[in-house]
Design a protein around this ligand. Structure first.
Ligand SMILES: [Zn+2]
Length: 119
């Protein structure tokens, strides 16, 4: 299942929200919204998760690039993170962490979350 996170009208960030009795994805800029009655558990999870890298290869450009993107740091900082151990690279909501996990898995990075990720 594809998780919609961008407004289909203007491309701005869309976020899950509950407004009165209405729940769904709302665009942060315009009136676009996708309403739904079924809410995946992950969207209701208000926990902030921390994501740590267990191991990686600082010579692997794909891994470094992925770390740079997920951690929002530059290439050199990302390499430093890969040279360390148990480096926290990001933290965020369950949905954000779920996306980050997918990106890290795609390039073969090992990681863990605190608290444990239940989704
Ligand atoms: Zn929009």
């Amino acid at each position: 299942m594809t998780r919609i996170q961008e407004c289909e009208d203007c491309g701005s960030k869309a976020e899950f929200d509950i407004r009165g009795s209405t729940q769904g994805l709302f665009c942060s800029k315009c009136d676009w919204a996708v309403l739904r009655t079924y809410i995946p558990q992950i969207d209701l999870d208000r926990t902030t998760y921390k994501l740590f890298i267990i191991s990686g290869d600082h010579k692997n450009k794909n891994q470094v690039k992925t770390i740079a993107r997920v951690a929002n740091v530059n290439f050199l900082q990302a390499r430093q993170m890969l040279l360390g151990s148990d480096e926290q690279i990001t933290e965020g909501s369950a949905v954000a962490i779920d996306n980050a996990r997918q990106d890290l898995s795609d390039v073969g990075l090992e990681f863990y979350t605190e608290p444990d990720f239940p989704h």
